[in-house]
Design a protein around this ligand. Structure first.
Ligand code: G4P
Length: 527
């Protein structure tokens, strides 16, 4: 085992912040990511983020679907330094490229930034991603974006956070006007006003004030906006939640920042506050109990496998979240499931889409390991072995399709493909009880496309997918299961381990089945 300087390890852990941005498409995630990267001096990368989205990828050799769409199929990781911190942003893809990988990526984050459009409020995809973060109990920081546009009242948005997501919020700053009238934001923590300068992004004017009653604000914002600000902040002081870091850390209270990413307005203050308040890499649960990041022995787990980054070589990259110790290039570690030592000789780190070889990395960092097919999602690596992390929950599929093979002679390859791809976590597979047909279950449409593509390219099997009307899957636990009870707007299938799973077309059908089977348990994921 290589010798690790524990003082240095503690310092490196202390300065790391690993987070994901969760949002609904169009809220401004790409824009905000770009601006954050700019603070790390990563100007070239900032361009890359946008370019990737705009499908201008000259240097990319990612899989074809991604090229055609101009999106990142699976999440990537961006790293930069700012004010002595090392920051890892985990990208969580949205839109049609939403998949189980999106959820799994969240398990590698220590906190989340929830980005909300001031006019649209909490949207569908934000809710889904929020719930995964909530389950993990990680701190969530909210950035309400597009303040330069007319939007909803800040109070209304806070109310929505509570009603829809069930989380209390504490505004760290407060808008002075909005849209065309936007004058700036009042920073409640530092008693200062950040003035909005419209299109002149180069200077951000910050004025220290006594408090929100200060006549300087009246001079800057005018009588009307100042009166409004005073009224609203008085109300907040009396009726709002006070800032409480413990509650924030437990994910019970979300600090809210208002700003405009495209104008780079409020972004710097947000980043700096975030770095102060967000947690360093947290301990992780394992079969051996809690693993502290400052433990000298290296451990980590695979949360994602990206196939075909280079189609010519058909290689795969396993994304590993480091949980403890220091990673050194070329080190040997135990692949716990397989029980063998492996040498990590070609690690890569991700800066937007550029892949660099890393020499060393620390807890909170994500490294990409060359994978000749030895890794599965959820695998643990540990110096000395023993440790198994149980970080990866399975997710209840929401989209279903029946698979047929176009050429019956290809059955063997087809079976091999199904086995490997389900093992990798590309899709979940079920069989119908009666006809032994294969049904795939996914959380995002892209997973079907990736499955179809990989079946064709990697296994030489043309398949056809027939979408089914089901929207919910529930694993049944009961002494006796009567298939006759699952015929109306539902069907009964089996998973790989022969567990019964009921699929439902709608919530009503599911509720009815639950009512009619009081002795059965209906679980969202496999028991
Ligand atoms: P996404 O990754 O979350 O999908 O969102 P993205 O950053 O691509 O932003 C979606 C749209 O919202 C973009 O406009 C972007 O410029 C705009 N936007 C982001 N932040 C702000 C903001 O603070 N204020 C305003 N007014 N707009 C903002 P677009 O027209 O779709 O693209 P583009 O041509 O501007 O790049």
């Amino acid at each position: 085992m290589s010798k690790v300087d524990t003082g240095e390890l503690a310092k490196e852990v202390e300065r790391r912040r690993t987070f994901a941005i969760i949002s609904h498409p169009d809220a401004g995630k790409t824009t905000l990511t770009e601006k954050l990267l700019l603070y790390g001096g990563a100007i070239r990368l900032a361009g890359t983020v946008k370019a990737r989205k705009a499908s201008k990828h000259a240097t990319s050799d990612w899989m074809e679907i991604e090229k055609q769409r101009g999106i990142s199929v699976t999440s990537s990781v961006m790293q930069f330094d700012y004010l002595g911190h090392r920051i890892n942003i985990l990208d969580t893809p949205g839109h049609q490229d939403f998949s189980e990988d999106t959820y799994r990526t969240l398990t590698a984050a220590d906190s989340a930034v929830m980005l909300i459009d001031v006019a649209k409020g909490v949207e569908a995809q934000t809710i889904k991603l929020f719930q995964v973060c909530r389950q993990r109990g990680i701190p969530i920081f909210t950035f309400i974006n597009k303040l330069d546009r007319e939007g909803r009242s800040p109070f209304e948005l806070m109310e929505e956070l509570e009603q829809v997501l069930g989380i209390r919020s504490v505004p760290m700053n407060w808008p002075i006007g909005m849209g065309r009238e936007l004058c700036g934001v009042y920073d409640r923590m530092n008693d200062q006003v950040e003035l909005f300068q419209g299109n002149d992004h180069s200077t951000i004017e910050v004025r220290k004030v006594g408090d929100y009653n200060d006549p300087i604000i009246r001079e800057m914002a005018g009588e009307y906006l100042h009166d409004q600000l005073r009224e609203e902040l008085e109300l907040l002081d009396v009726a709002g939640d006070p800032f409480d870091l413990d509650k924030v850390s437990r994910g019970e209270l979300t600090p809210v920042f208002f700003g405009s990413a495209v104008n780079n307005f409020g972004v710097q203050t947000f980043l700096e506050s975030f770095l102060k308040l967000a947690p360093k890499p947290a301990p992780r649960q394992s079969t051996e109990g809690e693993v502290l990041p400052t433990e000298p022995r290296f451990t980590g787990y695979v949360f994602k496998i990206q196939a075909n980054m280079n189609p010519a070589h058909r290689d795969r990259i396993a994304f590993l979240r480091i949980c403890s110790g220091r990673f050194d290039r070329g080190m040997s570690v135990k692949h716990v499931r397989v029980g063998k030592d492996i040498k990590l000789s070609q690690p890569q780190q991700f800066l937007a889409q550029d892949r660099d070889i890393v020499e060393s990395a620390y807890p909170g960092d994500i490294i990409g390991l060359f994978d000749p097919g030895i890794f599965r999602i959820g695998d643990s690596l540990a110096q000395g072995g023993g440790v198994v992390f149980n970080e990866l929950p399975t997710f209840s599929p929401e989209l279903f399709a029946k698979v047929t093979v176009k050429n019956a002679l290809k059955h063997k390859q087809y079976q091999k493909g199904i086995d490997q791809l389900t093992e990798e976590g590309t899709v979940q597979v079920f069989r119908t009880a009666s006809f032994d047909e294969t049904i795939l279950g996914v959380v995002g449409q892209l997973q079907f496309e990736v499955f179809e593509y990989r079946m064709r390219v990697e296994y030489g099997v043309e398949i056809q997918l027939h979408r089914m009307p089901y929207q919910f899957a529930r694993w049944l636990v009961a002494d006796k299961i009567d298939p006759a009870k699952f015929r109306i707007n539902s069907t009964l299938v089996k998973d790989k381990k022969d567990n019964y799973v009921a699929l439902f077309e709608n919530e009503y059908a599911m509720r009815t089945a639950i009512d009619k089977n009081p002795d059965a348990q209906f679980l969202e994921t496999a028991p």
